[in-house]
Design a protein around this ligand. Sequence first.
Ligand code: X2X
Length: 340
Amino acid sequence: MNSSRYLPRLTAALAGVAVVSLSLSVSSSVQARELSVSTVLSDAFPWGQAAEKWAELVAERSDGELTLRVYPNSQLVNGDQTREFSAMRSGLIDAAVGSTINWSPQVPELNLFSLPFFMPDVEAVDAVTGGAAGESVFAAIESRGVVPLAWGENGFRQLSNSQGPIDAPEDLEGLKIRVVGSPLFQDTFTALGANPTQMSWADAKPALTTGAVDGQENPLSVFDVARIDQVGQEYLTLWNYMNDPLVFAVNQQVWDSLSAEERTVLREAAEEAGAWEIAMTREQEPERLAAIKERGVTVTELDEAQHQAFVEATESVHDEWVPRIGSEIVEAARADMQGE
Ligand code: X2X
């Protein structure tokens, strides 16, 4: 047998092997995907840690085939956190761990959580997020092209200012308060007699530093980590006027492009990271409060009558906003909180 006769066949066979292995490596590199995840706060805060935890669990469970890259400080929307939802819906951002406040301009149902003095404690928040109202809120997000996967928590928002202790609505009279760029907040602080100014978180600290604004509202974790006491905010009122849940979510087209296994990994990792972050945020609050007091901040707590005065002063916000949120969702939330 003349081996040279077989050479072309052998070459062709080898070439075939090369093509197969090339196409294998191409298809595996197409499969290995990186998704961008937007957050407002970095991993110095529980919020950013929630996103990092999600990324860690996804990388681990997908053997590195699916990775999440977290972009903190609203950098994917140039600092404009109220554009995060639109950017995710349009596919500029693949995923996010975002605040219900920041997404509420595009998803009005999310204003449910911002209704002043509506959910008094963490039990109420859990009843709503884990109940029928929570499901309706997720359906509202999904109907706008974003797939919600799990809840996290920024926390109950407390009021700070540089001027003096606040234990009555009158104490807010004329104070310039930085609020997030969501219209409901404008209404709440106007109803309280304050002078609210909408600005992004990126602009908030400079505005507090220069005294352009007198006060702000954020959870204890944010006050503590961002050292808001160092920018003249010497007075803090614990009024639990609203809780700011976070939502882990993915753009609809991105979600549709994933395999069933990848979706399961993403969803389960989000649920675990969210539960982990919620527990941590709540556990850390007492130590954070102690640290804040130690730094010389005057902390004011409200008695029942003082609390009631704030509730009454903000009733008009409910009148205005319940129809915009949808009275069925608000009623469902009430029922969830009453354990019905
Ligand atoms: O801007 C804020 O106050 C912050 C960081 O809490 C949110 O993104 C809602």
